[in-house]
Design a protein around this ligand. Sequence first.
Ligand code: FEO
Length: 510
Amino acid sequence: MQTDVSRRNFIKTVAVGAGSAAGLTMLGGVPQVFAAQAEAAAPAAPAFEGKPKFAGVHNVRHISEDLVYLGASDSRLALFENVYPIPRGVSYNAYLLLDEKTVLLDTVDRSVSGQFFENLAHALGGRPLDYLIVNHMEPDHASAVSEVLVRWPNVQLICSKAAEGMMRQFFGFEVSAHGYTVQEGDQLVTGRHTLQFVMAPMVHWPEVMMTYDITDQVLFSADAFGTFGALNGNLFADEVNFEAEWLPDARRYYTNIVGKYGPQVQDVLKKAGGIPIKTICPLHGPIWRDNLGWIIDRYDKWSRYAPEEDAVVVVYRSVYGGTENAAKVLATRLSQGGLRNVAVYDVSKVHVSELIAECFRCSHLVLASITYNMDIFTPMKNFIGDLAAHNLQNRRFALIENGSWSPVSGSRMAQEMGSMKDMTQVGALVSIRSTTNEESFAQLTALADALLTDLGHAAPTAAASEQPAAQATNRWVCTVCGYIEERDELPDDFTCPVCGVGKDKFKKVE
Ligand code: FEO
């Protein structure tokens, strides 16, 4: 009995004889004795049809009369792609078009395939599945492709030419044995609907394509316009508070997963700009049927590497607190100058995917790092490397270095940032020796003023005007953080606005 056959044969054989001895034998070399037992028992064994008539629990929702959402969410996975934390989970979206022909658009990740197949069978309601369109081969969407072919052996598979090799690599079959490849502009008429294929290479893999339903003006956008976050009942973006609750994850998803490929996303946006779109059906997250311009505008900015907001993100790496204190002194001075959009992060504590997203959001970056092994401290160095890997560009940046004997992290960071496209340094490097002193405090103040000016914000004099002792004759220095207060006398209840210590920690500058 044959025990060594290709996976292509496995697919085809099981498809026509699921549960038969022949099918079992094809499973990569099943021992002959087992195969013989299976063959003997075969006549009594019913063909496998999944859960009885797929009558189990289903969780589908109609997007329109003949378009059904079949996806499912995974709220147990900790790390998407084994890298990105997803505390809000993630959805894997798939869609079924119920026209004269039935068309499945993409499948799901292995983790939710049980729910997906129940949904699919329920939505088909006993009808055959005619077409399976695979817009994206990444396994979070294509894991169930081979099982669809097994369950519906007559389905016609449709994918891009670039997906052919991946079908072979992941599943071991030739596309030509189960369907065909399509090119830019090819169309599939399914009855009332006409579907047109739009190639979208590198959004986010090279084989990606999108499918546009000309009839109902629906764009099945693959990974584009997707986001982390499980769908918990609400399916449409207009059913949730997207900007408040979803945007940070949408930004983090885009910038980390697709951020490197801005020019390719721009190409697709240009194509999309030429067609009327009423609905966007992505492979992750809510469906867009309202206010499409808002999310398209975000994608346009992200993919052009244009800052989303006039804002400062300060990312620091400290060991004993000196560099952290400098970062917070700077943030305080920016706030005193009237800037409210300031975010401060410890690169050692905040996941790098959050930091990448914040750097895409903000117009100005401040990096503050100690010196370590005559270089940038490792977590900061890795973070800057990640920024470069994600192709971040077109930002204004400022630097703070610290070193107790030979500070060099500033020049190293300047070198790394300078190697990225269209990065411009603002203000002078702030150089700290262990802790902030009067001199470095003055440098931080000057840097804050330079950033404020660069942001078109309050003039430096306005920043200083928030200090109550404009006419003061005395200057008081905080012995803990170096903050200087200018006023005649400090009141008994005075506390340092930077580090919070009381009046007793201040001494008069003579
Ligand atoms: Fe959601 Fe590129 O896969």
